[in-house]
Ligand binder design. Structure first.
Ligand SMILES: Nc1ncnc2c1ncn2[C@@H]1O[C@H](COP(=O)(O)OP(=O)(O)OP(=O)(O)O)[C@@H](O)[C@H]1O
Length: 299
């Protein structure tokens, strides 16, 4: 597996929380090539957050317990790295953005400047980088607001802006949209996509499979602490085992299945609603028996 270019490489990871009887990760291996997005999906309790913690080094540096196997980020063994190296190398966005706020700043601007100050970045450069991140994350109007007075979606964007600004080459993002409305969800994904476009490597836990299908280069299905399937979105979402492991399929895949059950031919394996509409429109009969093109719109 392209080990040379993998920015994140997890090998045979077995991890048991302190005092627990059973491991929560049971021999997990995966490789994420630099500049790609790997989505980790799977049912509740599968071990997704724990895997994120292991990639960032919270396991074993903060969470002790029993660990075997290795995590390498940028070629470096995370268990052997110190906190400073880990913080510089890996950005982390927590499932609950509130957790991420420093709690010691009074404005969004200062919150974003805080991490750079810790790295010793000079004030002029800090101001420039914060200004740019505020604009890119759509936070310019909120710059003087107190971080704790923001909505969940706004806090999520501050958390993402904070990793945007730190410019770490690898990002671990744990369910960034779980508490967000569809509009904020789109905003967050646009930001994550832009970070990938800028060449950063992203490991993302996400339950919204339509977005995973659209943005991931690789999907890893975790169940019971094991990787039960891994591949491109096409491979994973057309494999019947994915649903059997309690993972919801993208809207377009479910719609295509429902149409086929009604005897309607759906060419190919469309993963997005746009691709499904195109596939139906491209049929020899122009999709005549499935109603107007807009009928397949995502609810
Ligand atoms: N700090 C901890 N100490 C002991 N056990 C824990 C700890 N954190 C998580 N666990 C257990 O580890 C298992 C995996 O949890 P984890 O949060 O990694 O799963 P997940 O796939 O992220 O779930 P979800 O989708 O619900 O967030 C669960 O059984 C959970 O109870």
């Amino acid at each position: 597996m392209g080990a040379v270019s993998a920015a994140v490489e997890v090998t045979d990871l077995v991890y048991t929380y302190p005092g627990a009887d059973e491991p929560v990760l049971r021999g997990v291996s995966l490789a994420v090539p630099a500049g790609t997005l790997c989505a980790v999906v799977g049912p509740n309790g599968a071990g997704k957050t724990t895997l994120c913690h292991a990639i960032r080094g919270f396991v074993p540096h903060f969470y002790k317990g029993e660990l075997s196997g290795t995590v390498r980020v940028g070629g470096q063994d995370v268990a052997a790295a110190d906190e400073d190296e880990l913080a510089r190398g890996i950005g982390y966005v927590f499932q609950n953005p509130f957790t991420q706020m420093s709690g010691i700043t009074d404005t969004v601007f200062d919150e974003l400047a805080f991490g750079l100050g810790n790295l010793g970045v000079p004030p002029t450069e800090t101001r420039e980088r914060v200004e740019e991140a505020l604009v890119r994350a759509g936070l310019a109007d909120l710059r003087d607001r107190h971080p704790f007075q923001l909505s969940g979606g706004q806090q999520q964007r501050v958390a993402l802006a904070a990793v945007l600004i730190m410019e770490q080459p690898v990002l671990v993002i744990d369910e960034p949209t779980s508490q967000l409305d569809p509009r904020s969800t789109e905003d967050v994904f646009a930001l994550v996509a832009a970070m990938k476009e800028a060449g950063r490597t992203v490991v993302l836990v996400e339950h919204k499979m339509s977005l995973v299908a659209e943005h991931a280069d690789q999907v890893v299905v975790l169940d019971g602490g094991e990787v039960v399937l891994a591949g491109t979105p096409q491979e994973v979402f057309t494999d019947p085992r994915t649903a059997a492991h309690g993972t919801l399929l993208p809207e377009a895949v479910r719609l295509a299945g429902a149409l086929r059950e009604r005897g309607i031919d759906v060419p190919g394996a469309p993963l997005t609603v746009g691709a499904l509409a195109a596939a139906l429109g491209a049929r020899d009969d122009g999709g005549a028996d499935v109603g107007p093109a807009g009928a397949a719109g995502e609810a």
